[in-house]
Design a protein around this ligand. Structure first.
Ligand SMILES: Nc1ncnc2c1ncn2[C@@H]1O[C@H](COP(=O)(O)OP(=O)(O)O)[C@@H](O)[C@H]1O
Ligand SMILES: N[C@@H](CCOP(=O)(O)O)C(=O)O
Length: 314
């Protein structure tokens, strides 16, 4: 029996809509992500689901993205004259759905890595990642790799989508803490994409290019102040902030408490705040616990970038 854990991810990082994402893990060692278990059975295919957020999954098993991952993996294997073994997948759905923490990506990545490992790795990393993007696209309406890539490979990933690589890892700032606050309400990624403008002004396009280019340059040259200053979003945040509770006020208060940058994680409603040290991170976490959470489902975690990505649990 094999158990695969896939971590939460924070897509966009304000400055790279659909092109940047980071894998994230709480510093207290807790696992913030989904687990998929795979095991032999005598015949056929079985899917079981468990975990705190199992009640939020679609009622029909065929709509569970883990089921669709199994179907896609089987079809692709068949194209190579292979066939899937009889097996049972058990999804532990620990991630809230529609949270902006790459919940669907966690399930997709854990399921495909489990299936690939169980069949002695017939697919390369990039082939698997391409399948992950296809499945993510079915859920959100268009293919984007900024959750599945960091969730699978770890670190901060830049989607280059060229020369046979879907993504490449960016050097990042090891000292930074990420404070993630999920308010406990749901925002659908598909809906949060649908409200974005179809086109942008030349002024916005230039600003976006300057921010993203300077941010990537700052990562490579390890200029943390420049990188934090460039974490500005002209593509999504102005249109999505109304979906989040008191976003402008919370962002200003986080800045006053010493946050280097604050933005929407993925399509929200989770927000992230970057802290230069643990003392500021703790202050931010306390503030967000008291001012951003809307109900008992909400949570705040002090995190770091997870450089391991998806892995087998012992
Ligand atoms: N295993 C799964 N995990 C998460 N979402 C799933 C899963 N299977 C199907 N879904 C559906 O995918 C959609 C996920 O919504 P989305 O807003 O993209 O969430 P997230 O941003 O957290 O990934 C929901 O409609 C949900 O019902
Ligand atoms: N780039 C996407 C990322 C969505 O992330 P999620 O965690 O909300 O699924 C977008 O911003 O639409």
């Amino acid at each position: 029996m094999l158990r695969i854990y896939a971590p939460a991810s924070s897509a966009n990082i304000s400055v790279g809509f659909d092109t940047l994402g980071a894998a994230i893990s709480p510093i207290d060692g807790s696992l913030l992500g989904d687990v998929v278990q795979i095991e032999d059975i005598p015949a056929g295919f079985e899917l079981e689901s468990a975990g705190y957020f199992v009640r939020k999954l679609p009622k029909e098993p065929q709509k569970n993205i883990v089921y669709q991952a199994y179907v896609l993996f089987s079809e692709r294997l068949k194209l190579r004259n292979g066939h899937v073994k009889p097996l049972r997948l058990t999804l532990e759905k620990n991630m809230p759905i529609g949270s902006g923490l790459g919940s669907s990506a966690c399930s997709i990545v854990a399921a495909l890595v489990a299936l690939n490992t169980f069949h002695n790795e017939p697919f390369s990393k990039m082939e698997l990642l391409e399948m992950m993007g296809e499945l993510e696209g079915r859920i959100s309406g268009s293919i984007h790799y900024d959750n599945v890539a960091p969730c699978y490979l770890g670190g901060v990933q830049l989607m280059v989508q060229s020369l046979g690589n879907i993504c490449q890892q960016l050097p990042f700032f090891d000292s930074w803490y990420w404070v993630l606050a999920y308010p406990g309400i749901e925002v659908s990624t598909a809906e949060a994409r649908a409200i974005l403008p179809k086109s942008y002004t030349r002024q916005d396009v230039i600003a976006h290019g300057r921010h993203l280019g300077s941010f990537v340059h700052a990562c490579h040259t390890q200029q943390d102040v420049l990188a934090a200053l460039m974490m500005k979003d002209v593509i999504a945040e102005p249109y999505r902030e109304s979906l989040l509770p008191n976003f402008a006020e919370v962002k200003q208060a986080s800045r006053d408490l010493g946050a280097l940058a604050t933005g929407i994680s993925g399509s929200g409603p989770t927000i992230f705040s970057i802290a230069p040290d643990l003392a500021v991170a703790t202050k931010l976490a306390n503030y967000l616990e008291n001012h951003y959470l809307q109900n008992n489902e909400g949570f705040v975690h002090i995190c770091k970038v997870d450089n391991q990505g998806t892995r087998a649990l012992g």
